[in-house]
Design a protein around this ligand. Sequence first.
Ligand code: URA
Length: 233
Amino acid sequence: MERLDKVLAATGQWSRKQAKELIKAGRVKVAGAAPRGPEDKVAPGTSVTVDGRPIVTEKYLYLMLHKPAGVVSSTQDPRDRTVLDLLPRDLRGRDLFPVGRLDKDTEGLLLLTNDGPLAHELLAPGRHVEKVYYAQVDGELTEEDRAAFAGGLTLGDGTGCRPAGLEILPPADRCLVTIQEGKYHQVRRMLASRGKPVRYLKRLSMGPLSLDPALPAGAWRPLSLEERANLGR
Ligand code: URA
């Protein structure tokens, strides 16, 4: 038996606070009847509805996180706060993990899920899923830099990169970088190899999924049905 607010929060669609508000507003029914309050105990398999729609206690969760700088994209770390520490307690223990990594200092779009096959599809090197980053650099980007990205850069240690997009924005120390790979510190190393070290880096999109501009750094939300459909889920 679980508390009703906890059952609602475990769907990933509402925080505990929002779940309590839904219950108070009379929008939740348990086995067709109005619950007394958020602390009501719900047996597994009991029908719970919100606005008449059954809640889906799905096996897989899909969350969009706007990763802030200063947290690491691993599931546990002895020193640093992790992206999982940004989620409410109810979503811990659901085996969520980030699909791909962003450096500690990089901000932006991170998909968190417990759907291993989806992560595999998005990260498989052969799939060439496009990731778009916004970067600010020291120095001014030039047409030669754009051509070098398009031709496939060789990094300082000899690592070869596939052709990548470099769109120079005004002012010319800002750009959009599009890559199809996920090598260690790739965007930082690509720009550094052109003598333009990165000052700020943010991921804007991964495949069909774009960072919601209304989502502040540090916040998360479940993917919409449309976003999930775009990912084939
Ligand atoms: N490239 C980087 O250099 N850092 C990231 O976090 C992601 C891509």
